[in-house]
Design a protein around this ligand. Structure first.
Ligand code: PHE
Length: 450
């Protein structure tokens, strides 16, 4: 076991790293299309509620486990509940982020592909005409891009916690906010964009269904990287004097803010081009190149610049998330299996690369290969988002709420009583962790099964 553990240099560095994990494809790619499929503003309000009353307590539970043990997921349960079956949750939470990483890096690869296209030729405006479909169903391009994306991720993780992960996040997070705000301002200024703005701010509650709640919670889990041990692992690099509550609120706040701005970057442009907001997962990859192309006819330079900025933003945001998934496995192999960081990175790279190749090919030559009626990519996505993440989150809240020693939890959350606000909020937070979160998670589980 490693004697010397690295730490994030400051509270702000920890928030940046966790926000880096949280802010990713979930915010730019997933959030706009999920909002579009669920009716806009009313769904956003539900999402806000879920964030405060469900996602945040789960985040705090993971952070309490991670920071109190300063261990990787596997080691953490071994320390807090020695000799019990809880250790196996640790194993589960090592596998889940690696499955997510495999398909996430395929989508990260597409973003690299589209960034490349923006740079070398721009978009023609030929329409949402299957260009995206053509790209992802081909073999060579997506595989090269997937490999490149995963190699970049591995290179940052190889640099270690402080000089790799912390440094990359500290540089990228402010840049990401600047980029997304520029794109949103541009999008809102397009002709006809006001309908898109209205869609995001004027709620129509008649559009909400029980499924909307399940989708809002699922999106909240994915977006805050919950239930898979990434927050636990990053929290284990937090110093004892930082506030867990402040880190949680800061991370969730940045994540939410970024998702909302991304909504304003995408939806007004979608409406301006007269595209259906409920177009689904292809929304940003299919419609935005189309929009960039159409704009390109009128203002080629501006359209080119915005499309480059847009895909650059997605690539960076995806990288800050993928490194957090990679790190969960790396920390485990280094701390529990005694591997060197280099070897751990090589092992994880190889495994996730291979599964990612299968996911990528499932849009082309392996399209007819189905597991439980789904293509390999969709199977990995559904297995992790609908089941493993929710299951992991349930186990984390149950552990902190019911199994972990109450005084240890209190002391970790309040830094031994030194943080007045955390002391004040301890009881309500524990209520959310013990009762509200588990019940809500079980309900999502059932809704997903139906
Ligand atoms: N939160 C990331 C995003 O929004 C995805 C993620 C999920 C990252 C799980 C780590 C773990 O893109």
């Amino acid at each position: 076991m490693a004697a010397q553990r690295e730490h994030f240099g400051s509270g702000m560095a920890a928030v940046m790293a966790m926000a880096g994990s949280a802010i990713g494809l979930g915010n730019i790619w997933r959030f706009p299309y999920v909002v579009g499929q669920n009716g806009g503003a009313a769904f956003i309000l539900v999402y806000l509620l879920c964030m405060v009353f469900l996602s945040l307590p789960i985040f705090l539970s993971e952070a309490i486990i991670g920071r109190s043990t300063h261990s990787s997921t596997f080691g953490a349960f071994g320390k807090l509940a020695p000799g019990s079956g809880w250790k196996w949750i640790g194993t589960l939470t090592i596998i889940t982020p690696l499955i997510i990483l495999s398909y996430y890096s395929v989508v990260g690869g597409w973003s690299i592909g589209f960034l490349y296209e923006s740079v070398v030729m721009g978009f023609s405006g030929a329409g949402a005409d299957g260009r995206f479909g053509g790209f992802i169903s081909s073999v060579g391009g997506p595989l090269v891009c997937h490999t490149l994306f995963l190699a970049l991720t591995a290179a940052i993780v190889l640099g270690g916690v402080k000089s790799g992960i912390e440094r990359f996040n500290k540089m990228s997070m402010p840049l990401l906010f600047v980029l997304i705000v520029i794109i949103a301002v541009y999008s809102i200024s397009l002709p006809g964009a006001s309908a898109g703005v209205k869609y995001l701010v004027k709620p129509d509650f008649s559009l909400l269904t029980p499924k909307s709640f399940a989708y809002a919670m699922g999106q909240g889990f994915f977006s805050l990287s919950l239930g898979v041990g990434t927050i636990l692992t990053y929290s284990s690099y937090m110093k004892k004097e930082e506030s867990i509550l402040r880190t949680g609120v800061g991370t969730a706040g940045f994540d939410l803010l970024f998702a909302l701005i991304a909504g304003f970057a995408v939806m007004p442009a979608v409406f301006s081009a007269g595209i259906e907001p409920g177009a689904g997962p292809g929304l940003i990859f299919e419609t935005l190149p189309y929009i960039f192309g159409k704009m390109g006819a009128a203002a080629p330079a501006a359209s080119r610049a915005v499309s480059i900025l847009f895909f650059l933003t997605i690539v960076i945001a995806a990288l800050t998330s993928s490194i957090s998934m990679f790190e969960v496995g790396a920390a485990y192999l280094v701390e529990e299996k005694g591997m060197s960081r280099r070897k751990a990175v090589a092992v994880i790279f190889t495994g996730t690369w291979a599964l990612g190749v299968l996911c990528s090919l499932s849009f082309g030559p392996l399209g007819d290969f189905h597991i439980a009626g789904k293509t390999i990519f969709n199977f990995c996505d559904a297995l992790t988002s609908n089941f493993l993440m929710t299951f992991g989150a349930l186990l984390f809240v149950l552990f902190v709420g019911w199994k972990m020693d109450r005084e240890t939890v209190r002391s970790e959350f309040t830094n031994g009583g030194a943080l007045p606000l955390s002391r004040l909020l301890f009881k309500p937070v524990m209520f959310l962790i013990r009762w509200v979160a588990p019940v809500a998670i079980v309900l999502i589980f059932i809704t997903n099964l139906l």
